[in-house]
Design a binder for this molecule. Structure first.
Ligand code: ATR
Length: 286
């Protein structure tokens, strides 16, 4: 249930993003854009919180009533989950939360990264989920949320490929029989006939080394996506596009993951449209 606030409310509605480092976060730009678009008297602030101060911040959030809630980013997502009064089932399964809100005097928590991932694909490539095999490269925190969301969309087989196989195995164990772990050498084999390829590693970023991937073994209608969005077209996406595959960049995941939080704190459900996308792209160019 989302609260809707009366238009004549005089209280400025406040939310935050906390993390460290936080000054490069684009979340304030996203939420400020939506606040302005709706004409809501609200404020969304980036707050630098170091690890030793996190617990105190969580206590103040609950006791002081200054904020409706906020986002949590690196390195606090796991502790946000642990310290929240009521994490939901998504956060519980991931052991991490990125969105907090106050409700009935309690700090509630969820994780919207997986939602952001699937909502971006839904918007940019509808039908992406009508596939039976997905390959996820990487086994960190982002990978975890993506595997959860892809599994929840009913994709039959998910193959997690990672340099450190033990981390991929941990995710396979966590998510059950339809999720399988592999070393990087197994990529060509597990990519055969796959309909979705997701890069969740920093290999997509400039200056982070590269991996030559032969996408040609994938199903012809396959979609390739990357969660890295700087540059927008990562080397992995460029390669896939040159090989004739549909690609979806990672910027939309960042934009869409912000939607559920905004709706909780400010009472309106915002759109992820080209105006917002262009705003962030222009900012990235500076
Ligand atoms: P995040 O929370 O953003 O997912 P992370 O937990 O640091 O970040 O995970 C980064 C992922 O990128 C991991 O899967 C990592 O592989 P390892 O588990 O083997 O460390 C992967 N990664 C980073 N640099 C890599 C590289 N040069 N080659 C291959 N994989 C790399």
């Amino acid at each position: 249930m989302v609260d809707h606030y009366p238009a004549d409310s005089r209280e400025t509605l406040r939310a935050f993003v906390i993390g460290t480092p936080i000054r490069h976060s684009r979340s304030p730009m996203i939420h400020s854009h939506w606040l302005k678009a709706f004409g809501i008297d609200g404020d969304y602030a980036a707050i630098e919180i170091l690890e030793p101060d996190f617990e105190r911040f969580m206590a103040a959030l609950k006791n002081e009533g200054r904020y409706r809630g906020g986002n949590v980013t690196i390195p606090h997502k796991e502790r946000a989950f642990k310290l929240a009064d009521r994490p939901d089932a998504l956060a519980e399964e991931l052991g991490a939360a990125n969105t907090l809100w106050l409700e009935d005097g309690l700090v509630k928590a969820t994780n919207t990264d997986g939602y952001g991932f699937t909502a971006n694909l839904d918007q940019r490539h509808p039908g992406w989920d009508r596939v039976s095999r997905a390959v996820v490269l990487g086994a960190g925190g982002a990978s975890r949320a993506i595997i959860q969301s892809v599994r929840d969309r009913g994709i039959g087989e998910i193959h997690v490929v990672n340099r450190t196989v033990a981390r991929a195995q941990e995710l396979a164990d966590r998510f059950g029989i339809r999720v399988h772990a592999h070393p990087i050498e197994a990529l060509p084999e597990v990519m055969a006939q796959a309909g979705l390829f997701v890069n969740t590693t920093s290999l997509g970023m400039e200056g982070e080394g590269r991996l030559d991937i032969d996408f040609s073994v994938m199903a012809p209608q396959a979609v390739v996506t990357d969660i890295v969005y700087v540059p927008l077209e990562t080397p992995i996406l460029a390669e896939a596009r040159q090989q004739g595959f549909a690609t979806v960049d990672g910027l939309g995941m960042l934009l869409h993951q912000a939607v559920p939080g905004f709706e909780r704190w400010f009472g309106r459900r915002p759109e992820v449209d080209e105006t917002l996308r262009d705003l962030i792209v222009r900012d990235m160019e500076h």
